[in-house]
Write a protein that binds this ligand. Structure first.
Ligand SMILES: CC(C)(COP(=O)(O)OP(=O)(O)OC[C@H]1O[C@@H](n2cnc3c(N)ncnc32)[C@H](O)[C@@H]1OP(=O)(O)O)[C@@H](O)C(=O)NCCC(=O)NCCS
Length: 174
């Protein structure tokens, strides 16, 4: 059984250990908790929780962003973040939603399920069309986005731009 849980400052060792298994950067997906001590991780959680609650842009570029953990049968297996709105820079790289599954759990359908659940959350935040920007050499992520109703609107040398109607995505794979 899959469940999405919103990041909380009270998150504990299970999430910490999962984040140590996911690289600090992979295909543009950032995991800044990788390599932190447990105390540093707890402070990072607090900052991430604040980033979810912030109003408007902070420091000239940081938009509000909410992180969720994917649990499979009570075990954390991945994470995703939703940016509440886009800046011009995020339209070119970054998009609304980023997601990652811990190595060892990949290619079992978890990525597709994670994005499906994230799209539900994006809809609740008020995002009607969600942008996912995927590196051209990341076929697994492209497959995940397309399986969730994605439409490719642009390809550049290094990225594929995929938009997903959050209304239409509801119900896919259910
Ligand atoms: C992208 C990622 C989230 C996918 O997670 P996952 O759990 O493996 O995804 P799923 O099992 O649900 O689906 C993977 C799909 O990619 C396909 N795939 C995997 N590797 C592939 C490859 N090298 N070439 C073509 N297709 C590939 C699988 O066949 C599957 O599609 P199918 O079910 O239609 O056959 C995971 O690989 C990951 O965390 N990568 C690192 C971070 C990242 O790239 N995030 C995305 C940033 S935009």
């Amino acid at each position: 059984m899959f469940e999405l849980r919103k990041l909380s400052a009270d998150d504990g060792i299970d999430i910490y250990e999962m984040l140590q298994r996911i690289p600090g950067e992979e295909n543009g997906l950032m995991n800044k908790a990788n390599g932190l001590t447990y105390d540093e991780y707890k402070k990072w959680l607090t900052a991430k929780q604040k980033a979810s609650e912030q109003q408007g842009i902070v420091d000239g570029w940081k938009v509000p962003s909410t992180t969720f953990w994917l649990y499979s049968d009570g075990v954390p297996v991945g994470f995703g973040s939703i940016r509440h709105f886009l800046t011009e820079a995020l339209r070119k790289a970054g998009g609304h939603i980023g997601y990652g599954i811990a190595p060892g759990f990949r290619n079992k359908g978890y990525g597709k399920e994670l994005l499906r659940l994230l799209l539900h959350e994006a809809k609740k935040i008020g995002i009607e069309k969600a942008l996912v920007t995927v590196h051209s050499d990341n076929p697994a992520s492209q497959a995940v986005a397309m399986a969730n109703g994605g439409v490719i609107t642009e390809r550049t040398d290094d990225r594929v731009f995929i938009w997903i109607d959050t209304e239409k995505s509801v119900g896919i794979q259910e």
